[in-house]
Design a protein around this ligand. Sequence first.
Ligand SMILES: *Cc1c(COP(=O)(O)O)cnc(C)c1O
Length: 375
Amino acid sequence: MESQNKIYVNRPTLPDLDEFYDLLKEIWESKKLTNMGKFHNQLENELAEFLGVKYVSLFANGTLALIAALQVLRISGEVITTPYSFVATTHAIKWNGLTPVFCDIEPETCNIDPNKIEALITPKTTAIVPVHIYGNPCNVEQIEEIADIYGLKVIYDAAHAFNVKLKGNSILNFGDLSILSFHATKIYNTFEGGAVISHDEKTKKRLDYLKNFGFAGETKVITHGINAKMNEMQAALGLLQLKYVEKNTEKRKRLAEIYYNAFNHIDGINYLKIRDEVDYNFGYFPIFVDKKDYGISRDELYQKLKENGIFARRYFYPLISQFSPYRELESSKPENLPVATKLSSEVICLPIYADLDEAEVQKICEIVQNSTTTY
Ligand SMILES: *Cc1c(COP(=O)(O)O)cnc(C)c1O
């Protein structure tokens, strides 16, 4: 049996089960289970409105959304991306038969460093796939400038960036396309799910063909599409979850403030600074352990937390470039990725989710505070 006092890095939030039951009853009565049903279409519209974007194409998960986004823009050759992410970012590139080229990251944001992109561009480069890591926006202006000069497409992996805004504008409105993930571990979940955000009707339509085997009519198949449709149960849950996004963000914000206050006073514990012009979603709380000032290493603190029932996660360690499918690439060499290599060795993501008690967060802060002195 699971012990009561274990705390994990996150726990999914769910709506009231009775509310979900009412929608399930509708599905049972209509016998419409999938294939762009009522709830699917309603969720596409409501999400577009809620997020402040033009077109939403729902997908079965975020990985398939990214695979389809690369397909729909006919990306070929080499794609410049970040090694500091969840492995699905690079896998989606690889599943399209493309070559990932890893670019180092910025020390302040952990996002792809635009100043290091140009040196990696070759005649084979066709796209950039940056990630708004932890939901903190990339330097979208500088990335756009480079993409425009070289004629590259930009597809943002915005799996962490649900409802994030930059100067009041959805971060999903930047780049050619953005993808979202609604996996159970993300701040907005549909059990599993995802979406591609597009800015014109033609692309939206082609994405919808792609996720349904390439069907563009009853007897017409226009491309080697895949089955990546979101079903009605997922979409129904998504409609309910939408009602709680703002409230849950407020709760996570309060928890983040407790962490900020505590870590302002601990040497060697650094946290991610979010710029004032960003409306953040507080989906993650990464800290970076500098052993020199803090006294013990990241892994020692990670163990300490574990001994106290706190199951933090080292997102993102190891770097994607260190995994066996990618480590032979020239761009994977650690000497080409000094910032990513360093931050990856220092990071711990602390628990943050809407249902987490403030007292528990206080406790975690105390463990971090006391870990260096108890050694
Ligand atoms: C979760 C995640 C994905 C994959 O999303 P799934 O819905 O789990 O397929 C892709 N990229 C990043 C950065 C993620 O965190």
